[in-house]
Design a protein around this ligand. Structure first.
Ligand code: FES
Ligand code: FES
Length: 162
């Protein structure tokens, strides 16, 4: 007879660190990041895949972790906002968001920054339209998006000057 609710083994890389965990079979990646790994920089907004607050990078692609089954992350490479930089050593995208005034309440910011990073990793000199498309899955109730677009453009310049 099958064992109900048997935990699943999950082995993946989170922010460059190999991690091995037992997870509930129905856990989402967001559950595991926040509750088992204490990576609370990834935010829970709608919890339905609509707002982008929970965006992380999976093998370099932005993904809504609230609807991504944790077991699907097995063997994959995950980057959360904690993997970019910290207060004393901000990633250029984070620095650009701060300098452009693109952070107000900050709830959307981790997901927005990761979507921007994924874009810039592939396209170092995006147009405004390309930036708006890249962040279209990330909702912001505060900024009206103009300052966010300006921040991504500034980050592109900063990264290309590095
Ligand atoms: S919390 Fe995941 S998309 Fe809103
Ligand atoms: S800064 Fe508040 S939701 Fe974007």
């Amino acid at each position: 007879m099958p064992v109900l609710n048997a935990k699943e083994n999950l082995v993946f890389v989170v922010n460059g660190r190999p991690v091995r965990l037992e997870v509930e079979p129905d856990a989402t990646l967001l559950d595991v990041l926040r509750e088992q790994l204490d990576l609370t920089g990834t935010k829970r907004g709608c919890n339905e895949g609509e707002c982008g607050a929970c965006t992380v990078l999976i093998n370099g692609e932005p993904v809504a972790s609230c609807i991504y089954p944790a077991v699907k992350a097995h063997g994959k490479n995950i980057v959360t906002i904690e993997g970019l930089g910290d207060e004393s050593n901000l990633h250029p995208v984070q620095q650009a968001f701060l300098e452009a005034g693109a952070v107000q309440c900050g709830y959307c910011t981790p997901g927005m920054v990761l979507s921007a990073k994924a874009l810039l990793d592939k396209n170092p000199d995006p147009t405004e339209e390309e930036i708006r498309i890249a962040i279209s899955g990330n909702l912001c109730r505060c900024t009206g998006y103009g300052k966010i677009v300006a921040a991504v453009r500034a980050a592109a310049k900063a990264l290309s000057a590095e």
